[in-house]
Design a protein around this ligand. Structure first.
Ligand SMILES: Cc1ncc(COP(=O)(O)O)c(C=O)c1O
Length: 447
């Protein structure tokens, strides 16, 4: 049997992230001030972000050096393995070769520490003491709690209530790292209190939890806000995944035909595909395929327009594929894919036809997860199962001999309550009626 793991030597870990901004075929539409609808000035962002991250958000440099203290923490789990999914290939009779980049080996169990670590570091060196954030599935909150522990900072996490209830063990892990976790909507912020007054049973959404965390940061001098996805600097940090993958595919003597990832806010997908963008633009035939839930189908059914990043309209307006900032997605088990928008960089490339997207029901994704577990042995996160479902379909359609690489964004060992619900046959395949999208989009600003 062939060796299925392609291990990059520690000495070959990338020393710089790849910034796709200067290579985008059409420039990114600027973020706009939510009040004036004029392009946001860096000083305005400084209320909630440190300067280094604001610079990265807009940087024209292709390479951004990774600071040594960040590399040091990365070394706890990086480089991560690239694996050939031979048994999965055999089980589905695939004539394609399937590889997966395994980000589940990080302390948090997902790709999220790749950006939590540098975000925490850049805040720390600018004198910030506490970080506030939101979390959906709990992966981001875990990653940030871990990173804060590494750099001696305090972490406050607003966790979407539906996930807080579905994933009790995630909060324990966050608290073990020293994080403070509150179900959102909470009584701690004006936004949370207003929502609870309107709807005491509200199960929350990422957009709402973001509003709470932003309000917390904006109202405390020693606190800044961190976002686990969507923003340019988050995708920048995640490019370490694609940069390593490129080296590992080369070690395996392979050229990628398809790169696949699930999309919540777009950071794991962006991190995988962006380092391959220059090759694609130079004419190499590589398909970038995004997998998303049918219950929250931003890329496949959202409108490409300016919208707020959060329910309370505190964040800058971003041009993205959106279902409307007030959109409350159905409580699917892939909590990390329940965001109404997507990263502007991913949306820009999708609008240019450089990224394709497909949407799936949760039961077919859990089925794919079970097949992956039964063949490769590992239990994926419900979010990751969307990428696996896309890969299984793709392997049946693609030309024989194609190389399909996907991002295994996280493990599902803390998602067992969701798998139990699946085993009981309890998962609903939510349909999203067009009128729900149309109604939520009515609240987007006309720009
Ligand atoms: C395991 C896992 N995969 C994927 C995602 C989706 O996020 P993003 O699209 O930013 O990578 C999440 C979000 O929480 C996650 O926890």
């Amino acid at each position: 049997m062939a060796n299925t793991s392609i291990i990059l030597p520690a000495s070959d870990m990338p020393r710089a992230w790849y910034n796709a901004l200067p290579d985008l075929p059409t420039p990114l539409a600027p973020p706009l001030d939510p009040q004036t609808q004029q392009p946001v000035r860096p000083e305005q962002l400084a209320v909630i972000f440190p300067n280094a991250l604001i610079e990265q958000e807009m940087s024209p440099q292709r390479q951004i050096e990774i600071p040594e203290p960040v590399l040091d923490v990365y070394r706890l789990f990086r480089p991560t393995p690239l694996k050939r999914a031979l048994r999965l290939e055999q089980a589905i009779g695939s004539k394609c070769r399937i590889y997966y980049k395994d980000e589940s080996v990080s302390p948090a169990g997902s790709h999220k520490p790749n950006t939590a670590i540098p975000q925490t570091y850049f805040n720390k060196i600018e004198g910030v003491r506490r970080l506030a954030t939101e979390t959906g599935a709990g992966q981001w909150g875990t990653a940030l709690s871990f990173a804060c522990k590494m750099f001696g900072m305090t972490c406050t996490v607003y966790m979407v209530k539906v996930s807080y209830e579905q994933k009790p063990y995630r909060q324990i892990l966050m608290r073990m790292y020293g994080g403070e976790v509150h179900p959102s909507p909470s009584e701690l912020t004006n936004t949370g209190r207003a929502m609870l007054a309107k709807d005491p049973g509200c199960k929350g959404s990422l957009g709402l939890a973001i509003s709470e965390a932003v309000e917390d940061a904006a109202t405390h001098d020693d606190t800044k806000y961190t976002l686990g996805s969507v923003l340019n600097h988050v995708l920048l940090h995640q490019t370490i995944v694609g940069l390593e993958t490129a080296k590992q595919l080369e070690m395996a003597g392979e050229k990628p035909d398809y790169l696949v990832g699930c999309v919540g806010g777009g950071s794991n997908f962006g991190g995988l595909v962006l380092p391959f963008l220059p090759r694609k633009l130079a004419g190499e035939k590589i398909t970038f395929l995004a997998a998303e839930p049918r219950a929250c189908p931003t890329l496949t059914r959202g409108a490409y327009r300016y919208d707020y990043g959060d329910v309370a309209r505190l964040t800058p307006l971003l041009k993205m594929h959106t279902l409307g900032h007030g959109f409350m997605p159905a409580p699917i088990h892939a909590g990390g894919l329940r965001y109404h928008g997507d990263a502007p960089i991913v949306c820009n490339l999708a609008a240019e036809g450089l990224i394709e997207a497909r949407a799936y029901y949760q039961n077919e994704c859990f089925e794919a997860a079970r097949l992956f577990l039964s063949t490769e042995g590992f239990l994926p996160a419900p979010e990751t199962s969307h990428a696996i479902k896309a890969v299984i379909d793709l392997a049946k359609e693609a030309a024989p001999g194609s190389v399909i690489t996907f991002l295994y964004s996280g493990h599902g060992l803390l998602d067992l309550a969701s798998y139990e619900a699946y085993l009981r046959g309890g998962l609903t395949n939510f349909e999203l009626p067009q009128e729900d999208i149309d109604t939520a989009l009515k609240d987007c600003p006309e720009i």
